[in-house]
Design a protein around this ligand. Sequence first.
Ligand code: ZN
Ligand code: ZN
Length: 364
Amino acid sequence: MIADPRRARQEAVAAALAAEELEGLLVTSRANIRYLTGFSGSAAIVAVTRGDVLLVTDFRYDEQARAEAGAVARIEVESTSVWDRFFQALATLGPLTVVGYEAHVLSVEDAERFVQAGKPWRWKPTKHLVERLRAAKDAGEVAAIRSAAELAGEGLRRTLTQVRAGLTELEVAGILEGTLRRLGSEGHPFPTIVASGPRSALPHARSSRRVVAAGEWLLLDFGAQVDGYCADITRTVVVGARATERQRAVYELVAEAQRRARACVRAGMSGRDADALARDVIEARGFGEAFGHSLGHGLGLEVHEAPRLSKTNADPLPVGAVVTIEPGVYVAGQGGVRIEDDVHVSAAGPVLLSDGRTELLELV
Ligand code: ZN
Ligand code: ZN
């Protein structure tokens, strides 16, 4: 019998509470609620104390909450005010004086409820307490991200056989999203980016009605989701022609930087040093200014989570993190290339979860 990982997570929160001199934590982040209880609905409030977990939701989620979270949390269902019920139930969790809340998540409107109904407790802001725990993934989480990444890779392979000059970016996005859905993706973790020609130089372009022309870059940045866990992949291809020498040179530079970073990233290395693995390669060729974003980000229940692989992160990468490695080179008016794969930073070294295909694809 394998221990329920949610119990271990709840115990880790209890230990973090003790370290911060809190007796309980109010959890309102949907991803944190799912992580700690398994509940995947859109509306719930959770309290974690050192010995108890309470989940209050509304009548829409009665059955779902009991099925998903009933084994690891006390479920209360309320049909009028979830917050009123929450404060009533909190009073039954034993003598609590100082309770933390997620300052980075809670709205000002909800925080004002503490002033009215939350009187008996002293409320203390916390930041990223559960998110810090989420940065290191357990085996089940890594397996879910791997499934999502494999699904994404297969979705792209099937899509590229249908891509040709004359389609709009939105049409390509539609083919890709439909394929991902048919393969079993639970959702699109973020709006699919399909950017062609000069628009590929916009790192976070939205797919548009622009028609893709022969010889242009086509950049596809998209995700897939399995058991709530996200994959995040980017591929850049040339449509309807062989690549020019200039295109090939830019592409090979990004691919080289990407392969180096994904082979050399290690737990214990700072986010800044990880970022430099790719940045040094690109800067050495004079394209430093054209790589204007950070190398990557953590990946899990949310598509952007800790740790960040960026110049401003001096903290060490935790063992077990899953991160994206996504350097890019963008030249305004011409176009851009980004290549993104998903990597598990295990104790034994980096393990590629996505297909890692970095050869330049020419769709002719
Ligand atoms: Zn991406
Ligand atoms: Zn990404």
